[in-house]
Design a protein around this ligand. Sequence first.
Ligand SMILES: [Zn+2]
Length: 209
Amino acid sequence: MVEVKVLLVGKHEKVPEGTYANSTITLIRAGEKNILVDAGSFGDKENLIESLGKEGLSPDDIHTVVVTHLHLDHTANLDLFRNADIVTKHSPVSSGLVFHGSNNIVSRVDVENLEIVPGVKTILTPGHVEAHISVVAVTSDGTYVICGDAIQKSNQIDIHVKPEKVWNLEAFENSRKLILEVADYVVPGHGGVVQIKKKSNQSPKRNNL
Ligand SMILES: [Zn+2]
């Protein structure tokens, strides 16, 4: 059984000093496996440890951390996860990488449709940056896409809303379209879960990916 729980809801907003940015951090539990999507910002370390504790977990219990993209507001707490494999796409030309935290080994993997565990996989979602992945998790409630900054905030679920700053707008719009087709629920890079309204003949449970 796959379950998705947002541990920390991130924000991205202008403040007098600049921009306040901390990513949403999402826990996926799939049987014995614990997967985290994004690791949050520097100021979130204690909150993250506390949120995991409420789930009966410590950082050492996380098997995999998927990093949607390598911006600091999504990566700052990776050092907590000493036993985890870190899955990411670090450059446009790489297929993808796994950093095995326990032994410093880096392996190449293809992160286009990479199955992390049955029911949980990564997909390519370029746009915000060129090297960007999202996580698709099929649960009994429907399909979640935890999409990092492929959809940065909940208002970008509306296809008429333009993102503030992106590497490539066309790629962003294609990725957003893909996510909205697949998802019953979207977890943006900086926001909480949003339920996607499907056309009348589609019920969430019939959406098989
Ligand atoms: Zn971000």
